[in-house]
Design a protein around this ligand. Structure first.
Ligand SMILES: [Zn+2]
Length: 277
């Protein structure tokens, strides 16, 4: 679904592919034009050579740029690029350093934000669901940015439990999230609440908690948390898990990078620059 026709991958391996061609392919794949976003999606900074080596990562920080340069990359693919709406657009300080490092090394920067969150197979929500064992039933919110479905539970083994709907409590789910994402999660709500149906949205989607509650779910999972989320969890009885902005958004860009590598015969590496937030 939404997969553009396959380009000649074998031939591309030695000669590389223009970053502009990757942009056109990704715009089509991720349906970029459908999104009203906070930043431009696509090729944000042009490189100087065809792309053979691609590095992907969550945020185009200086550390990720340096890691890409150290690996001999021709292009960097990220979820969090530059030129955010409302941001100071002058190239000073940190912004100057990052752009200077990209230009100085001829490295192309491709960035996809909301289109990369929402893609039904390769997007952040879909890929996080694979990591955490959620089955997707539907989506909500503008451009389907919130996913909802069921929490996959281990089949009950105990005699007499056959036919019982498998379930877990909020504390069990929190443990699963912490183990699979490798970091502590902040959990709001009654830890003994039975949770079956869940809504989730990677990154900083704590403002969608009320929308999730309206979906009738037992728990909402996102990356970040705000003060009012506590009161909303207490007064609605719906659980809330903040599992980390960075931690929940590592999987979409990696999946898209792997997909590009297959389609165009590129060398690809996902580089995780740890971020505790
Ligand atoms: Zn994000």
């Amino acid at each position: 679904m939404n997969m553009p026709s396959t380009p000649p991958a074998a031939a591309a391996h030695t000669v590389g592919v223009q970053a502009g061609e990757l942009e056109r392919y990704l715009d089509d794949l991720l349906q970029s034009a459908r999104f009203r976003d906070y930043c431009p999606n696509g090729l944000q900074v042009e490189g100087v050579r065809p792309v053979r080596r691609l590095v992907s990562g969550v945020t185009a920080s200086l550390a990720l740029i340096d890691a890409a340069i150290a690996r001999g990359a021709d292009a960097l693919l990220v979820h969090h690029g530059y030129f955010w709406r409302g941001e100071d657009s002058r190239l000073r300080g940190m912004r100057r350093e990052r752009i200077a490092r990209l230009l100085g090394n001829g490295l192309a920067l491709l960035a996809y934000h909301l289109p990369l969150d929402a893609h039904a197979q390769l997007g952040n929500n879909a890929q996080l669901a694979l990591q955490l064992g959620f089955s997707t039933t539907g989506t909500a919110g503008e451009n389907g940015i919130i996913a909802w479905g069921d929490i996959e539970c281990p089949t009950p083994q105990a005699p007499g439990s056959v036919g019982e709907a498998p379930s877990m409590v909020l504390a069990d789910l929190a443990r699963r999230v912490e183990v699979r994402l490798g970091r502590p999660a902040l959990v709001l709500g009654n830890p003994e609440r039975v949770v079956r149906r869940i809504a989730w949205c990677t990154g900083g989607a704590q403002g969608f908690f009320e929308t999730a509650i309206d979906l009738g779910v037992d728990v909402f999972l996102t990356g970040e948390v705000s003060e009012q989320n506590h009161h909303l969890a207490m007064e609605s009885g719906v659980g809330f898990i903040a599992a980390g902005h960075h931690a929940t958004e590592r999987y979409g860009v990696r999946a898209v990078g792997e997909h590009l590598a297959q389609q165009f015969g590129l060398c690809h590496e996902f580089v995780d620059i740890p971020n505790p937030v």
